[in-house]
Write a protein that binds this ligand. Structure first.
Ligand code: SF4
Length: 294
C-alpha cells in the first residue's frame, strides 16, 4: 500500500524549495527545529532539575484544581503528557480536533494512546457553528482577513476549549516564553479574569533543547512534522515550516503580523477583542461579521 495522500492548502513554497527533509531525532538535534540552529546537549542533572521544576508547577495546578491540560500534541505538550501520566497526576487531558489538523497529528495521537492509554479526550467544534462559519466566509476564508481567521479560531478552537474548561480552576499549558514575541515574559502561573481557570505553564522557562532532551531521555513519541521544520504545529492550512533563524512560531498564520499570531487561546487580557481570554471571547459571537475585512 502506498503512502497516504497529503493535503496542502498552503501557498507557502513546496517542500522541494525547503531544506532537504531529514528524519529522526538526529536531524532535529543537528539543526534544531526553529531559531536555535544546532540544539545544545543538556546535561542529565540539568534535565532532572528542569523536570522537577515543571513537576512542582503541575502539582500546584493539581492543588488548585480541578485541573485540565489542553494538549496540541506538539513537542512541549508531549513532555507534559509524559510528566502527568508517569507521575499519576490528577489532571484531565484533552485535545482540540478542529477538523483541519495534519494527518501526522492524528498519527501522534494514536501513538500517544498506545503509550499512555486512551487518556486524551478529543473535543470537536459544534457542527452547526462550523456550517455557519463556512457558509459565511467560505471553506478557507481565514486567509482573507485577520477578523475571518479569528472567527474560524473562535468556532473551531475557542468555543470547544471553553466547553472543555468549564468547571476547571486550573488550566495547564505547554507555553514557553522563548517561543515568540507574544510569549516573552511568560510566568509559571497566570491568573485570569473572574470565573476563568488560572493558567499554569510548567515549561515557561524551558529551552527548545531541553524539550528535545526530555523527549529523547524518556523515549516519548512526537509529531513527525517536527522533523520537517515545523517547530509549532496547528491546523494544516495555517501552519508552514520555518527556516533557520525564524521565530519558532513564524510558521503559524505566517501571512499576518507577528503581533496577531495567536488564536486567542493564550492572548493577554489587554489584547484586542477577538484575542481576549478564552472564556470572555468564546462566550460571545465574533464582534464583527464573519465576512468583514478590517
Ligand atoms: S488555525 Fe486556521 S483552520 Fe485552525 S481554527 Fe484557526 S483559522 Fe481555523
Amino acid at each position: 500500500m502506498g503512502a497516504p495522500p497529503t493535503t496542502d492548502f498552503s501557498p507557502f513554497p513546496k517542500p522541494a524549495q525547503q531544506p532537504a527533509p531529514a528524519r529522526g531525532l538526529d536531524a532535529i538535534a543537528a539543526r534544531g527545529t526553529g531559531n536555535v540552529g544546532r540544539l545544545q546537549e543538556v546535561p542529565a542533572e540539568v534535565l532532572q532539575e528542569r523536570s522537577q521544576s515543571a513537576l512542582a508547577v503541575l502539582r500546584e495546578a493539581v492543588d488548585a484544581g480541578p485541573a485540565a491540560f489542553s494538549t496540541s500534541l506538539g513537542a512541549e505538550d508531549m513532555v507534559l503528557l509524559d510528566l502527568i501520566r508517569s507521575h499519576g497526576l490528577d489532571i484531565a487531558i484533552f485535545t482540540l480536533d478542529t477538523g483541519r489538523l495534519h494527518e501526522e497529528t492524528y498519527r501522534v495521537l494514536q501513538r500517544a494512546e498506545a503509550r499512555y492509554g486512551r487518556c486524551i479526550e478529543v473535543r470537536m467544534p459544534d457542527p452547526q457553528a462550523v456550517r455557519a462559519l463556512v457558509a459565511a466566509q467560505g471553506i478557507n476564508g481565514f486567509y482573507e482577513s485577520v477578523a475571518q481567521r479569528q472567527a474560524c479560531c473562535v468556532v473551531r478552537k475557542l468555543q470547544p476549549l471553553k466547553q472543555a474548561l468549564a468547571g476547571r480552576r486550573a488550566w495547564v499549558t505547554g507555553q514557553r516564553a522563548a517561543q515568540s514575541v507574544t510569549r516573552a515574559g511568560l510566568l509559571p502561573r497566570e491568573p485570569q479574569g473572574p470565573g476563568e481557570p488560572e493558567k499554569f505553564n510548567p515549561l515557561h522557562d524551558w529551552s527548545e533543547a531541553e524539550v528535545w532532551a526530555y523527549l529523547r531521555a524518556h523515549d516519548v513519541p512526537w509529531n513527525e512534522l517536527h522533523e520537517r521544520f515545523f517547530p509549532s504545529i496547528g491546523c494544516a492550512p495555517c501552519t508552514r515550516p520555518v527556516t533557520l533563524g525564524e521565530d519558532i512560531r513564524a510558521g503559524r498564520w505566517w501571512w499576518e503580523s507577528a503581533q496577531t499570531r495567536e488564536c486567542g487561546l493564550h492572548a493577554p487580557p489587554s489584547a484586542a477583542p477577538a484575542q481576549r481570554p478564552v472564556a470572555a471571547q468564546a462566550a460571545e459571537p465574533p464582534s464583527q461579521p464573519l465576512h468583514q475585512t478590517p
